[in-house]
Design a protein. Structure first.
Length: 351
Protein backbone atom coordinates (compact mmCIF):
# COMPACT_ATOMS: atom_id res chain seq x y z
CA UNK A 1 0.00 0.00 0.00
CA UNK A 2 1.32 3.44 -0.90
CA UNK A 3 1.46 5.76 2.12
CA UNK A 4 -0.40 9.05 2.04
CA UNK A 5 1.44 12.39 1.99
CA UNK A 6 -0.47 15.61 2.50
CA UNK A 7 0.56 18.97 1.11
CA UNK A 8 -1.49 21.82 2.54
CA UNK A 9 -1.71 25.10 0.63
CA UNK A 10 -4.00 27.48 2.43
CA UNK A 11 -7.15 25.47 3.01
CA UNK A 12 -6.50 22.99 0.20
CA UNK A 13 -5.05 19.55 0.85
CA UNK A 14 -3.54 17.51 -1.98
CA UNK A 15 -3.42 13.75 -1.44
CA UNK A 16 -0.99 11.37 -3.08
CA UNK A 17 -2.68 8.40 -4.79
CA UNK A 18 -3.37 5.28 -2.76
CA UNK A 19 -2.89 1.80 -4.18
CA UNK A 20 -6.01 -0.12 -5.23
CA UNK A 21 -7.51 -2.92 -3.17
CA UNK A 22 -6.19 -5.39 -5.71
CA UNK A 23 -2.65 -4.86 -4.42
CA UNK A 24 -0.88 -7.81 -2.80
CA UNK A 25 -1.80 -8.29 0.89
CA UNK A 26 0.94 -6.93 3.10
CA UNK A 27 2.24 -8.93 6.06
CA UNK A 28 0.32 -8.43 9.28
CA UNK A 29 1.32 -8.31 12.93
CA UNK A 30 0.00 -11.87 13.22
CA UNK A 31 2.40 -12.99 10.47
CA UNK A 32 5.31 -11.49 12.40
CA UNK A 33 4.19 -13.22 15.61
CA UNK A 34 4.01 -16.63 13.87
CA UNK A 35 7.44 -16.27 12.25
CA UNK A 36 9.08 -15.07 15.47
CA UNK A 37 7.29 -17.67 17.60
CA UNK A 38 5.87 -15.09 20.02
CA UNK A 39 2.49 -13.62 20.93
CA UNK A 40 0.76 -10.70 19.28
CA UNK A 41 1.33 -8.71 22.47
CA UNK A 42 5.10 -9.27 22.33
CA UNK A 43 5.28 -8.02 18.76
CA UNK A 44 3.23 -4.96 19.75
CA UNK A 45 5.58 -4.27 22.65
CA UNK A 46 8.62 -4.43 20.37
CA UNK A 47 7.03 -2.06 17.85
CA UNK A 48 6.20 0.39 20.65
CA UNK A 49 9.70 0.11 22.11
CA UNK A 50 8.55 -1.33 25.44
CA UNK A 51 11.13 -2.26 28.08
CA UNK A 52 9.17 -5.43 28.94
CA UNK A 53 10.76 -7.55 26.18
CA UNK A 54 13.97 -9.56 26.65
CA UNK A 55 16.81 -8.54 24.27
CA UNK A 56 16.94 -11.95 22.57
CA UNK A 57 13.19 -11.93 21.97
CA UNK A 58 13.36 -8.36 20.66
CA UNK A 59 16.08 -9.34 18.19
CA UNK A 60 13.98 -12.30 16.97
CA UNK A 61 10.92 -10.10 16.43
CA UNK A 62 12.94 -7.41 14.65
CA UNK A 63 14.47 -10.06 12.39
CA UNK A 64 10.96 -11.33 11.53
CA UNK A 65 9.79 -7.77 10.79
CA UNK A 66 12.77 -7.25 8.50
CA UNK A 67 12.31 -10.60 6.77
CA UNK A 68 8.62 -10.04 6.06
CA UNK A 69 8.91 -6.33 5.26
CA UNK A 70 6.21 -5.63 7.85
CA UNK A 71 5.10 -2.01 8.31
CA UNK A 72 2.96 -1.11 11.34
CA UNK A 73 -0.55 0.24 10.83
CA UNK A 74 0.06 3.83 11.98
CA UNK A 75 -3.63 4.62 12.42
CA UNK A 76 -4.13 1.66 14.75
CA UNK A 77 -0.92 2.44 16.57
CA UNK A 78 -2.08 6.02 17.14
CA UNK A 79 -5.27 4.77 18.80
CA UNK A 80 -3.22 2.68 21.24
CA UNK A 81 -0.29 5.01 21.93
CA UNK A 82 -1.85 8.43 21.34
CA UNK A 83 0.99 9.19 18.91
CA UNK A 84 0.52 9.68 15.17
CA UNK A 85 4.12 9.49 13.97
CA UNK A 86 3.53 12.64 11.92
CA UNK A 87 5.23 16.03 12.09
CA UNK A 88 4.03 19.28 10.53
CA UNK A 89 6.21 21.80 8.72
CA UNK A 90 5.15 25.35 7.88
CA UNK A 91 7.20 26.88 5.08
CA UNK A 92 7.04 29.71 2.58
CA UNK A 93 5.89 28.70 -0.88
CA UNK A 94 9.36 29.27 -2.32
CA UNK A 95 11.79 27.60 -4.69
CA UNK A 96 14.75 29.49 -3.20
CA UNK A 97 17.65 27.18 -2.42
CA UNK A 98 17.84 27.99 1.31
CA UNK A 99 14.20 27.34 2.35
CA UNK A 100 13.88 24.36 -0.04
CA UNK A 101 17.09 22.76 1.27
CA UNK A 102 16.03 23.41 4.87
CA UNK A 103 12.74 21.61 4.24
CA UNK A 104 14.56 18.67 2.63
CA UNK A 105 16.98 18.41 5.55
CA UNK A 106 14.09 18.28 8.03
CA UNK A 107 12.20 15.73 5.94
CA UNK A 108 15.23 13.46 5.75
CA UNK A 109 15.92 13.64 9.50
CA UNK A 110 12.26 12.91 10.28
CA UNK A 111 12.10 10.02 7.79
CA UNK A 112 15.24 8.46 9.26
CA UNK A 113 13.51 8.50 12.66
CA UNK A 114 10.36 6.87 11.28
CA UNK A 115 8.17 9.98 11.12
CA UNK A 116 6.00 11.16 8.23
CA UNK A 117 5.81 14.84 7.26
CA UNK A 118 2.82 17.02 6.44
CA UNK A 119 3.76 20.35 4.84
CA UNK A 120 1.69 23.53 5.12
CA UNK A 121 2.91 25.98 2.50
CA UNK A 122 2.02 29.67 2.77
CA UNK A 123 2.35 32.15 -0.09
CA UNK A 124 2.73 35.22 2.14
CA UNK A 125 4.76 35.36 5.36
CA UNK A 126 2.20 37.39 7.33
CA UNK A 127 1.10 36.49 10.86
CA UNK A 128 -2.42 35.45 9.83
CA UNK A 129 -1.11 33.02 7.18
CA UNK A 130 1.29 31.41 9.66
CA UNK A 131 -1.42 31.11 12.32
CA UNK A 132 -3.81 29.45 9.84
CA UNK A 133 -1.10 27.02 8.72
CA UNK A 134 -0.27 26.04 12.31
CA UNK A 135 -3.97 25.58 13.11
CA UNK A 136 -4.42 23.41 10.01
CA UNK A 137 -1.56 21.14 11.11
CA UNK A 138 -2.93 20.90 14.65
CA UNK A 139 -6.26 19.67 13.24
CA UNK A 140 -4.33 16.85 11.58
CA UNK A 141 -3.02 15.73 14.99
CA UNK A 142 0.67 16.20 14.22
CA UNK A 143 2.95 15.49 17.16
CA UNK A 144 5.11 18.55 16.62
CA UNK A 145 5.50 21.51 14.28
CA UNK A 146 8.51 23.10 12.59
CA UNK A 147 8.19 26.60 11.16
CA UNK A 148 10.80 27.63 8.59
CA UNK A 149 10.94 31.32 9.47
CA UNK A 150 13.58 33.27 7.56
CA UNK A 151 11.32 36.32 7.20
CA UNK A 152 10.82 39.13 9.72
CA UNK A 153 7.01 38.85 9.78
CA UNK A 154 7.09 35.04 10.01
CA UNK A 155 9.38 35.14 13.02
CA UNK A 156 7.25 37.85 14.66
CA UNK A 157 4.09 35.79 14.15
CA UNK A 158 5.60 33.03 16.31
CA UNK A 159 5.38 35.32 19.34
CA UNK A 160 1.72 34.27 19.38
CA UNK A 161 2.35 30.57 18.73
CA UNK A 162 -0.07 28.23 20.53
CA UNK A 163 1.04 26.70 23.82
CA UNK A 164 0.98 22.97 24.40
CA UNK A 165 2.26 21.89 20.98
CA UNK A 166 5.96 21.10 20.47
CA UNK A 167 7.33 23.81 18.17
CA UNK A 168 10.74 24.68 16.72
CA UNK A 169 11.56 27.55 14.36
CA UNK A 170 14.29 27.37 11.73
CA UNK A 171 15.98 30.61 10.75
CA UNK A 172 14.75 32.89 13.48
CA UNK A 173 12.08 33.54 16.09
CA UNK A 174 11.59 35.35 19.37
CA UNK A 175 11.87 33.51 22.70
CA UNK A 176 10.45 31.29 24.08
CA UNK A 177 10.27 29.44 20.73
CA UNK A 178 13.52 27.45 20.33
CA UNK A 179 15.35 28.14 17.09
CA UNK A 180 17.85 26.30 14.91
CA UNK A 181 19.87 28.51 12.58
CA UNK A 182 23.10 28.69 10.65
CA UNK A 183 25.41 31.46 11.90
CA UNK A 184 24.73 33.94 9.10
CA UNK A 185 26.70 36.70 10.82
CA UNK A 186 29.85 34.62 11.12
CA UNK A 187 29.47 33.36 7.55
CA UNK A 188 29.47 36.97 6.35
CA UNK A 189 32.48 37.69 8.55
CA UNK A 190 34.37 34.78 6.98
CA UNK A 191 33.55 35.99 3.47
CA UNK A 192 34.52 39.61 4.18
CA UNK A 193 37.72 38.76 6.03
CA UNK A 194 38.73 36.37 3.25
CA UNK A 195 38.55 39.18 0.70
CA UNK A 196 40.30 41.66 2.98
CA UNK A 197 43.09 39.13 3.54
CA UNK A 198 43.78 39.20 -0.20
CA UNK A 199 44.79 42.86 0.07
CA UNK A 200 41.61 44.68 -0.95
CA UNK A 201 41.10 48.16 0.50
CA UNK A 202 37.39 47.47 1.01
CA UNK A 203 34.65 44.98 0.15
CA UNK A 204 31.39 45.88 -1.59
CA UNK A 205 28.19 44.01 -0.75
CA UNK A 206 25.12 42.95 -2.70
CA UNK A 207 22.58 42.34 0.07
CA UNK A 208 19.33 40.39 0.03
CA UNK A 209 15.84 41.75 0.80
CA UNK A 210 15.84 43.88 3.96
CA UNK A 211 12.87 41.98 5.47
CA UNK A 212 14.69 38.63 5.41
CA UNK A 213 16.44 37.78 8.67
CA UNK A 214 19.29 35.98 6.92
CA UNK A 215 19.95 38.95 4.63
CA UNK A 216 20.01 41.28 7.63
CA UNK A 217 22.50 39.09 9.50
CA UNK A 218 24.78 38.76 6.47
CA UNK A 219 24.70 42.51 5.99
CA UNK A 220 25.45 43.07 9.67
CA UNK A 221 28.39 40.67 9.50
CA UNK A 222 29.79 42.54 6.50
CA UNK A 223 29.33 45.97 8.09
CA UNK A 224 30.84 45.09 11.46
CA UNK A 225 33.78 43.21 9.94
CA UNK A 226 34.73 46.24 7.85
CA UNK A 227 34.39 48.44 10.94
CA UNK A 228 36.56 46.08 13.04
CA UNK A 229 39.31 46.32 10.43
CA UNK A 230 39.04 50.10 10.18
CA UNK A 231 37.99 49.85 6.55
CA UNK A 232 35.81 52.33 4.67
CA UNK A 233 32.33 50.92 4.00
CA UNK A 234 31.12 51.45 0.42
CA UNK A 235 27.48 51.90 -0.56
CA UNK A 236 25.20 48.90 -0.21
CA UNK A 237 23.54 47.44 -3.29
CA UNK A 238 20.48 45.29 -2.64
CA UNK A 239 18.77 42.51 -4.62
CA UNK A 240 15.84 40.12 -4.17
CA UNK A 241 17.81 36.81 -4.17
CA UNK A 242 17.27 36.27 -7.91
CA UNK A 243 19.97 36.06 -10.63
CA UNK A 244 18.20 38.94 -12.40
CA UNK A 245 18.64 41.25 -9.41
CA UNK A 246 22.28 40.17 -9.14
CA UNK A 247 22.72 41.01 -12.80
CA UNK A 248 21.28 44.49 -12.27
CA UNK A 249 23.50 44.98 -9.22
CA UNK A 250 26.50 43.88 -11.26
CA UNK A 251 25.73 46.40 -14.01
CA UNK A 252 25.57 49.14 -11.38
CA UNK A 253 28.78 48.06 -9.65
CA UNK A 254 30.64 47.75 -12.95
CA UNK A 255 30.64 51.57 -13.12
CA UNK A 256 32.59 51.86 -9.84
CA UNK A 257 36.23 52.54 -10.73
CA UNK A 258 37.51 51.52 -7.28
CA UNK A 259 35.70 48.18 -7.24
CA UNK A 260 37.95 45.18 -6.59
CA UNK A 261 36.05 42.82 -4.24
CA UNK A 262 32.36 41.93 -3.81
CA UNK A 263 30.58 39.77 -1.22
CA UNK A 264 27.18 38.71 -2.59
CA UNK A 265 24.46 37.58 -0.16
CA UNK A 266 23.56 34.45 -2.12
CA UNK A 267 24.91 32.38 -4.99
CA UNK A 268 22.01 33.01 -7.37
CA UNK A 269 22.63 36.77 -7.26
CA UNK A 270 26.36 36.07 -7.65
CA UNK A 271 25.57 34.20 -10.87
CA UNK A 272 23.81 37.27 -12.30
CA UNK A 273 26.62 39.52 -11.12
CA UNK A 274 29.24 37.38 -12.90
CA UNK A 275 27.24 37.66 -16.13
CA UNK A 276 27.05 41.46 -15.82
CA UNK A 277 30.78 41.71 -15.14
CA UNK A 278 31.58 39.52 -18.16
CA UNK A 279 29.44 41.74 -20.41
CA UNK A 280 31.21 44.83 -19.04
CA UNK A 281 34.63 43.34 -19.78
CA UNK A 282 35.49 42.91 -16.09
CA UNK A 283 37.58 39.81 -15.42
CA UNK A 284 36.82 37.65 -12.36
CA UNK A 285 39.11 37.10 -10.51
CA UNK A 286 41.60 39.20 -12.53
CA UNK A 287 39.92 42.59 -12.03
CA UNK A 288 37.35 41.88 -9.30
CA UNK A 289 37.14 39.01 -6.83
CA UNK A 290 33.76 37.64 -5.77
CA UNK A 291 32.38 35.57 -2.86
CA UNK A 292 28.81 34.24 -2.62
CA UNK A 293 26.73 32.55 0.08
CA UNK A 294 24.93 29.15 0.30
CA UNK A 295 27.16 26.88 -1.81
CA UNK A 296 24.40 25.75 -4.13
CA UNK A 297 25.26 22.57 -6.08
CA UNK A 298 25.97 24.60 -9.23
CA UNK A 299 28.43 27.00 -7.54
CA UNK A 300 31.53 24.96 -8.37
CA UNK A 301 30.50 24.97 -12.05
CA UNK A 302 30.12 28.74 -12.40
CA UNK A 303 32.60 30.52 -14.65
CA UNK A 304 34.79 30.92 -12.69
CA UNK A 305 33.93 28.43 -9.91
CA UNK A 306 32.48 30.43 -7.05
CA UNK A 307 34.05 30.96 -3.63
CA UNK A 308 31.12 30.85 -1.24
CA UNK A 309 29.88 30.20 2.29
CA UNK A 310 28.36 26.77 2.84
CA UNK A 311 25.32 26.09 5.04
CA UNK A 312 24.94 22.54 6.35
CA UNK A 313 21.22 21.95 5.80
CA UNK A 314 21.44 18.27 6.74
CA UNK A 315 22.74 19.28 10.15
CA UNK A 316 19.98 21.90 10.41
CA UNK A 317 17.45 19.11 9.82
CA UNK A 318 19.04 16.80 12.39
CA UNK A 319 19.25 19.47 15.09
CA UNK A 320 15.70 20.64 14.40
CA UNK A 321 14.32 17.11 14.74
CA UNK A 322 16.35 16.57 17.93
CA UNK A 323 14.95 19.73 19.57
CA UNK A 324 11.43 18.80 18.52
CA UNK A 325 11.88 15.27 19.88
CA UNK A 326 12.96 16.66 23.25
CA UNK A 327 9.71 18.59 23.48
CA UNK A 328 7.57 15.70 22.24
CA UNK A 329 9.04 13.56 25.00
CA UNK A 330 8.12 16.10 27.65
CA UNK A 331 11.42 17.95 27.94
CA UNK A 332 12.57 21.47 27.23
CA UNK A 333 14.79 22.56 24.35
CA UNK A 334 16.90 25.65 23.74
CA UNK A 335 18.08 27.39 20.59
CA UNK A 336 21.10 26.13 18.67
CA UNK A 337 23.35 27.72 16.05
CA UNK A 338 25.30 25.79 13.41
CA UNK A 339 28.58 27.19 12.07
CA UNK A 340 28.98 28.25 8.44
CA UNK A 341 32.01 27.20 6.37
CA UNK A 342 33.96 29.17 3.76
CA UNK A 343 34.56 27.20 0.54
CA UNK A 344 37.40 28.78 -1.45
CA UNK A 345 37.36 28.50 -5.26
CA UNK A 346 38.70 30.47 -8.22
CA UNK A 347 36.34 33.47 -8.14
CA UNK A 348 38.31 34.98 -5.27
CA UNK A 349 41.67 34.27 -6.92
CA UNK A 350 42.94 32.49 -3.83
CA UNK A 351 43.48 29.03 -5.39
Amino acid sequence: MIGEVNVVKGSDVEHAPVASSSARRHPSLADVAVLAGVSHMTVSRVINDSDLVRPATRERVLAAIESLGYRPNTAARALVTGRTGTLGVVTLDSTLYGPASTLYGIERAARDAGFAITVASVSRPGGQSIAEAVESLQRQAVEGIVVIAPHVTTAKALEFAPHGVPLVAVGGAAPPVPTVSVDQYDGARLATEHLLSLGHKTVWHVGGPADWLEAAERERGWRETLKAHGVRRPRLTRGDWSPRSGYEAGRSLARESSLSAVFVANDQMALGLLRAFAEAGISVPGDVQVVGFDDIPEAEFFNPPLTTVRQDFDEVGRRTFYLLSEQMNGGQSSSEQIPATLIVRQSSGAV
